[in-house]
Design a protein around this ligand. Structure first.
Ligand SMILES: NC(=O)c1ccc[n+]([C@@H]2O[C@H](COP(=O)([O-])OP(=O)(O)OC[C@H]3O[C@@H](n4cnc5c(N)ncnc54)[C@H](OP(=O)(O)O)[C@@H]3O)[C@@H](O)[C@H]2O)c1
Length: 211
C-alpha cells in the first residue's frame, strides 16, 4: 500500500518506520522534504521510505495520515494536500491545549469532525491519537496488545485503517461513527496527563478488558 504521512515528527516517524518495515511504500509529505531532519529519517528507514512535498505525497497515496500539531498547522497541511475527495485520511491529531489543562474543542464536536470539514470529501478515520508514539513502535506489553480505538463514517476506510493498526500489533476496536472522536480526544488528554503530569512516563497504554 502507498501511505503518505504528513508530519515527520514523533508520530509520523514511528508509524512510517513500522509500515515501511512491513513492506508498504511510505512517503513523508513535508514542508521541507530536503531538510536534514527529513532526509535523515528517510535514510534511517531505508528503501521503502521517501519524502516529498505534501501535495505530491498525498496525491500518490492510498492512505494519508495527518500527524501534525493541531490548529493552523493541521489546516495548512490539509490545504497543501490538494483535492482529498474520497481519499482515506487518518486523523491522529489531538487538540490538546498548551499546559495539558483541556482541549481546544470538545463536547459537541472534535478535531476529527473539523478535519472532515476542512478536507472536503475525504473519508476521515480517527486513529492512533490516544496512545503515545512509543507505543506505535511497540504496542506489545508482555504479550498484551495495546487497544487502538478507531472511528469514522466510511466502513471500507475504517476496515483498511483497522488492518494497518492490526498489522502493527494493536488490538483494534471500531467504536463507531466519526463523532465518537469526541470520546477519543479526551482519552488522549488523559494519556498525556498520566504520562507527563502524573509522572507515569510514556510506557503506559490503554487496554479494553472483555469478559
Ligand atoms: N507525540 C505523541 O506521542 C502523540 C501520540 C498520538 C497523537 N499525537 C498527536 O499527533 C500530532 C503530531 O504529534 P507529534 O508528537 O508527532 O508532533 P511533532 O513531533 O511536533 O511533529 C509534527 C510534525 O508536523 C509537521 N508540521 C508542523 N507544522 C506544520 C504545518 N504548518 N504544515 C504541515 N506540517 C507541519 C512537521 O513536519 P515537517 O517539518 O516535516 O513538515 C512536524 O515534524 C499532534 O496533533 C499530537 O497531538 C501525538
Amino acid at each position: 500500500m502507498k501511505i503518505a504521512i504528513i508530519g515527520s515528527g514523533r508520530v509520523g516517524s514511528a508509524l512510517g518506520t513500522r509500515w515501511a518495515a512491513n513492506g508498504h511504500q511510505v512517503i513523508f509529505g513535508s514542508r521541507d522534504p530536503k531538510s536534514a531532519k527529513v532526509q535523515a529519517l528517510v535514510q534511517s528507514i531505508g528503501d521503502n521510505a521517501h519524502a516529498g512535498p505534501i501535495e505530491m505525497a498525498a496525491q500518490m497515496a492510498d492512505v494519508i495520515v495527518l500527524a501534525t500539531p493541531w490548529g493552523d498547522a493541521t489546516l495548512e497541511a490539509i490545504q497543501a494536500a490538494g483535492d482529498l475527495s474520497a481519499k482515506i485520511l487518518v486523523d491522529a491529531t489531538n487538540p490538546i491545549q498548551a499546559g495539558f489543562q483541556g482541549l481546544e474543542l470538545s463536547g459537541t464536536t472534535s478535531a476529527a469532525e473539523q478535519v472532515a470539514e476542512w478536507a472536503t470529501g475525504a473519508r476521515v478515520v480517527k486513529a492512533f491519537n490516544a496512545t503515545g508514539a512509543g507505543n506505535m513502535l511497540d504496542p506489545n506489553y508482555d504479550g498484551q496488545a495495546v487497544t487502538l480505538f478507531i472511528c469514522g463514517d466510511a466502513d471500507e476506510a475504517k476496515r483498511i485503517v483497522g488492518e494497518l493498526g492490526s498489522e502493527l500489533g494493536f488490538d483494534v476496536i471500531d467504536i463507531g461513527m466519526l463523532f465518537m472522536a469526541r470520546t477519543l480526544e479526551p482519552l488522549a488528554l488523559l494519556w498525556v496527563r498520566l504520562a507527563y503530569v502524573q509522572g507515569m512516563g510514556p510506557d503506559i497504554a490503554f487496554k479494553l478488558l472483555k469478559r
